[in-house]
Design a protein around this ligand. Structure first.
Ligand SMILES: Cc1cc2nc3c(=O)[nH]c(=O)nc-3n(C[C@H](O)[C@H](O)[C@H](O)COP(=O)(O)OP(=O)(O)OC[C@H]3O[C@@H](n4cnc5c(N)ncnc54)[C@H](O)[C@@H]3O)c2cc1C
Length: 389
């Protein structure tokens, strides 16, 4: 039997779209299969914006993020589209913050990433629209910015197609199997496809796809909200990019927010604040209690924000240690898995490059040493769950 493609990519959100793009631009024949319509809103890669940052808690993430900025630049060059807005960002560590500031300072220092450490007085002077609490430590990093979510994913698919990838929507992969010669996928319509290797980028549905190769990942899927608060004409300038930073609240609960981006509003979300859901039966309605808690937090922290104007929902798919997966299935090198553990969008073109490397050569220059499927956090049922990093 002959192969239909060198690589089949299962799932065309941000990570799968990036993988198809990175493979196709190398001249590798690739077929991408997407269960729903391309650009749908049931997964994790839709919406207007995602944070991109070098500010991370380990040197490995900082270095990989640095590579990701270069991968975004490659996508910008390939597409002729400007995608990364660098507007600067702050990590706010209130007194007694649950997330250790020392990890961020050490990781950025080790990687020679320039950053500033400010107290609350200096931070309030520089960003008067953020009510930084007394006793806080604030880290500022100027490369922090915003990448477009739906547009970024669509751009990767457009460029994948332009380089020769075949992307098929409404093609639900119901079985993936592998042997020494290659992989075989069967879709819900009865069609089958063979390839030399497969990349599984199915996020919340990863375990459905991996069932046929005998591996399961301990994943938790939650329904998360992003909430837009309106701005009146008087407060719009104070919340524009540059005047107002991308910010992350490094405590438990942990929050994050954006300056105005594409519309006069501030967008705010809680990291890992939503309830556990089944991705096939979840609803799309805002959870009232959650929205009320966010409104309360925002009224204290971003006092210039007006009423709620828009609420959207999105799925977080979390590994227990919050680390990525970028690795072959143990014992099955022809099946490679990519999982962003609900902070992967900024890395999506990096994921695409790394997963393309692993699917074609088995090695990559990205540091994926902590992202294997055989790490204790994924294989030991007693391993602690630790999402806030
Ligand atoms: C509210 C929210 C805020 C976030 N903020 C940030 C941020 O600021 N910065 C950041 O870097 N990251 C952020 N993230 C995380 C980031 O968006 C995700 O890590 C990333 O988008 C995941 O992409 P993905 O392609 O793996 O998943 P998805 O976009 O969910 O794509 C998976 C795809 O696989 C398809 N699929 C599943 N099963 C099958 C099958 N059997 N056959 C065919 N196709 C299948 C699905 O339909 C889906 O399209 C956020 C996420 C959310 C929800």
């Amino acid at each position: 039997m002959t192969d239909d493609a060198d690589v089949v990519v299962v799932g065309l959100g941000a990570l799968g779209s990036a993988t198809a793009w990175q493979l196709a631009r190398r001249g590798v024949s690739v077929v991408g299969l997407e269960r729903f319509e391309l650009g749908h809103v049931r997964g994790a890669s839709h919406g207007d914006s995602r944070i991109i940052r070098l500010s991370y808690h380990t040197p490995s993430y900082v270095e990989n993020a640095r590579q990701a900025y270069q991968d975004w630049a490659d996508l910008e060059a390939d597409s002729g589209r400007s995608l990364v807005l660098r507007c600067g960002g702050i990590d706010v560590f209130p007194p007694g913050a649950a997330i250790p500031v020392d990890d961020y300072v050490a990781a950025m220092t080790a990687c020679r990433v320039p950053f500033e450490v400010l107290d609350e007085v200096a931070a309030r002077r520089r960003w008067p629209a953020v009510a930084v609490p007394d006793g806080s430590t604030v880290l500022q990093q100027r490369e922090t910015g915003i990448v477009p979510a739906s547009l970024g994913s669509a751009t990767m698919r457009e460029r994948a197609t332009a380089h020769g990838a075949r992307l098929v929507e409404r093609c639900h992969v119901v079985e993936l199997t592998a042997d020494d010669d290659g992989v075989r996928v069967r879709c819900a319509d009865g069609s089958t496809l063979r390839a030399r290797s497969a990349v599984v980028t199915a996020d919340a549905w990863t375990n459905d796809v991996l069932a046929g190769v005998g591996v399961q990942v301990p994943l938790t899927v939650t329904k998360e909200h992003v909430i837009h608060f309106g701005l009146d004409a008087a407060s719009a300038a104070a919340h524009a990019p540059g005047a107002f930073p991308v910010w992350i609240w490094m405590d438990d609960p942990s929050y994050y927010g954006f300056p105005s981006y594409g519309e006069a509003s501030v967008k705010v979300g809680q990291d890992c604040g939503g309830r556990v859901v089944d991705p096939d039966t979840r609803d799309f309605e805002p959870d009232g209690e959650y929205v009320a808690a966010m409104r309360d937090f925002v009224s204290r922290t971003v006092p210039g924000a007006g009423p709620v104007t828009r609420v959207t929902t999105c799925l977080y798919t979390l590994t227990p240690d919050r680390d990525f997966v970028a690795a072959p299935v143990p014992g099955q090198p022809r099946v490679v898995v990519g999982l962003g553990s609900a902070h992967g969008f900024k890395f999506s073109p990096w994921f695409g490059r790394v997963l393309a490397d692993l699917a074609t050569t088995g090695v990559t220059s990205g540091d994926v040493s902590a992202f294997g499927l055989d790490r204790p956090a994924l294989t030991d049922p007693e391993a602690p769950v630790h999402w806030l990093v």
